[in-house]
Structures are given as C-alpha cells and as structure tokens.
Design a protein around this ligand. Structure first.
Ligand SMILES: Nc1nc2c(ncn2[C@@H]2O[C@H](COP(=O)(O)OP(=O)(O)O)[C@@H](O)[C@H]2O)c(=O)[nH]1
Ligand SMILES: [Mg+2]
Length: 127
C-alpha cells in the first residue's frame, strides 16, 4: 500500500514524512525544497492474531514484537501544489505523476497561516 503526502509548498509535508519514516530528508523554510519525491516506509501498529495461538509469528512483511504487528506502508513525499500548476507554474503537474501510484492521499494543512499559497513565509494570522 502506498500513501501520498500532498499540500501547498512549505506547509510541513517533508516534516510529516520524516516523522512517519525516520528518513533523513531536507526540511527548509522555502517553497520547493522537495523537488524529487522522497519515498520511505512507515509502520501501522495493530494487534497480531499470534496472541490467540500463543506463538510468536515471523511475518514476511514488516515485523511482530510481543503480539503487536508492524505493517509496512510505503509513503511518498512530493513537491508542493501551487495555483496555476496546471499551466506549468511551480513544479507544474510533475507531482501529480509522482502521486498517481498512491492508494490514498494525506493532505497536510498549514493551520497557522504562516505560509501563503505559493509557499512563501508570511506573518501568521491572529486567532
Ligand atoms: N511551526 C511549525 N513549523 C513547522 C511545522 N511543520 C513543519 N514546520 C516548518 O515549516 C517549514 C517547511 O517544512 P517542510 O517539511 O520542508 O515543508 P514542505 O515544503 O511542505 O515539505 C520548515 O521550516 C519546518 O521546520 C509545524 O507543525 N509547526
Ligand atoms: Mg518538502
């Protein structure tokens, strides 16, 4: 299963990706720090059926520790989306190509308003 991370530039997509995968990626306060997509694996922790059988399983994918199964999920972190991308602005539609394979998308949102639609840092909105 592949999960795609989407959102405007400079909103924290690579930060979220790094937290999920522990991969060492460039995180920077300017738009389009990520140009080539980053891919890595995160794990979803679920109860394993091996507890019922009172054995320790050895799964082919991911791993199992103390009856907790860590199911691998591939994550892909791409360049940001800007207005006019369809006309070739920013990274154009290239990021859509990178994301096409994903089974699900996670939309990262900058709730602080500290980044404008082009990914440039601006004064955060007062709440
Ligand atoms: N205040 C704040 N800054 C964040 C948060 N997540 C990321 N950042 C900062 O936002 C900037 C852009 O982060 P990055 O992950 O490179 O964004 P991307 O362009 O969407 O991949 C960096 O300076 C990060 O340190 C957050 O939750 N809170
Ligand atoms: Mg990034």
């Amino acid at each position: 299963m592949q999960l795609g991370i989407v959102g405007k530039p400079n909103c924290g997509k690579s930060t979220f990706f790094k937290a999920l995968t522990l991969a060492d990626v460039l995180i920077a306060n300017y738009p389009f720090a990520t140009i080539k997509p980053n891919t890595g694996f995160g794990h979803v922790k679920v109860d394993c059926a091996d507890a019922f059988f009172k054995v320790q399983c050895t799964p082919r994918f991911g791993f199992c520790i103390n009856h907790k199964r860590f199911v691998p999920v591939e994550v892909i972190d791409v360049a940001g989306l800007v207005p006019g991308a369809y006309e070739g602005k920013g990274m154009g539609n290239q990021f859509l190509d990178d994301l096409r394979q994903a089974d699900a998308l996670v939309h990262v949102i900058d709730c602080s308003g500290g980044t404008n639609e082009k990914g440039e840092p601006v004064t955060p909105r007062k709440l």
